[in-house]
Design a binder for this molecule. Structure first.
Ligand SMILES: [Zn+2]
Length: 385
């Protein structure tokens, strides 16, 4: 992710070859996978398979594709990736299709790359912006961040059935909003500096604009979409928010650039108190902290805290199982967040550990005051499980 010594970085935008979204889209999976490969391996855990299996089988049958389905565990660990890659070789698959949440999709991308197959993302929730990218995040057995793995191309197909997204528990959509709100905050910081992006170059105006569009859609549509999904309804707001969480945030983070918020998320995964929280919940703590760290206008931070409280995202340490007094834990988080190679170094200024620790400790009092002033509920403590 660093520029060559002799040349300025090349502006780069990358994307999946095809993105398809709509209610009932899963019924078209076979038809859209067929041009990518003729011998697919589908990876989905038993719970996901119980509600998509019939539709996938029908669509594969109609497209004349054989169906082989493998299960999946919990995290995209190096071992999980290796075992899927082994199965791709065993089955002789030319395309591997990940169906489910961010973890199975990340594992399938990494396995497809290792085994020399193409890969397809079929998110059944809109909880992260993982599905569209040409990278995977690898975790350890406890869900701790291990590494980013980068691939030479994005998925050939990303297919999202908004009916499935609306039928899933609303907490997944809320998490996706947290992940997607960070995209503009981070892309904006990268564009201000001379940072490089996850696409391996300088940001294009296009990548940065897509991050901004994701933000604008979420401020307008996130609350009505969350209400609709709570009742398992697909409305135009739901369609827009699913696209913002999945496609726009995916293109925006990858080609617009990550900065402090995701580095702070990665640091937080090492604090056992945060276990059991979603990616998007931890990312939102990173977003608030980044806004503080960069000295964003107070009105802007205040509005962000109010909005994310209404969305149902954490913006205090209490809500992620920590307190401002946990200085040792927060120092460890800050050390990991500022490790060599972390995206925090794409910020337009150098971030030092003590500054990050103070920013993290400050969000408790700030967010509590904002919430009290706005008549919003007090934070509920998170208990790790
Ligand atoms: Zn993310």
């Amino acid at each position: 992710m660093s520029a060559s010594q002799d040349h300025p970085p090349v502006r780069t935008l990358i994307s999946p070859a095809r993105y398809a979204q709509g209610p009932g889209a899963i019924e078209r999976l076979g038809e859209l996978v067929a041009p990518v490969g003729r011998t697919p391996l589908v990876v989905a855990d038993d719970t996901v398979w119980s509600f998509v299996g019939d539709a996938v089988a029908r669509s594969f049958d109609a497209a004349g594709l054989p169906l082989t389905r493998d299960g999946f565990g919990v995290y995209a660990t190096a071992a999980a990736v290796d075992s899927i890659a082994d199965r791709v070789r065993e089955v002789g698959a030319d395309v591997v299709v990940g169906v489910g949440g961010g973890s199975v999709i990340d594992a399938v991308k990494a396995a497809g790359h290792l085994a020399g197959a193409r890969w397809v993302s079929v998110p059944t929730v809109a909880s992260t912006d993982a599905p569209c990218s040409a990278l995977s995040v690898i975790y350890d057995e406890d869900g701790g961040f291990e590494e980013y793995r980068f691939f030479p191309h994005n998925p050939d197909l990303v297919l999202v059935d908004t009916r499935l997204v609306a039928n899933a528990p609303v907490k997944f959509l809320v998490a996706g909003v947290g992940d997607a709100l960070a995209t503009w905050i981070e892309a904006r910081a990268v564009a201000r500096g001379d940072g490089t992006t996850m696409a391996g170059g300088a940001p294009t105006a296009t990548g940065t604009a897509l991050a901004r569009l994701s933000w604008d859609i979420l401020w307008e549509h996130a609350l009505p979409a969350i209400d609709a999904v709570r009742d398992h309804l697909v409305t135009p707001s739901v369609e827009k928010v699913v696209e913002a969480n999945t496609l726009l945030s995916g293109l925006g983070f990858e080609s617009g650039g990550l900065a402090a918020a995701h580095a702070i998320h990665n640091g937080l995964t090492a604090a056992s108190q945060t276990h059991g929280l979603t990616h998007g919940q931890k990312v939102n703590i990173g977003s608030v902290t980044q806004l503080v760290l960069e000295g964003a206008p107070v009105e802007e931070i205040r509005a962000f805290v109010e909005f994310t409280t209404r969305v149902g995202l954490p913006n205090t340490l209490t809500e992620i199982g920590l307190t401002p007094g946990d200085v040792d834990d927060l120092t460890r988080v800050a050390e990991l967040a500022t490790a060599e190679g972390e995206t925090i170094h794409a910020m337009p200024f150098a971030v030092r550990v003590p500054d990050l620790v103070d920013a993290l400790r400050s969000i408790e009092g700030f967010s509590r005051r904002v919430r009290a002033d706005a008549g919003l509920p007090e934070p509920v403590p998170h208990r790790a499980h």
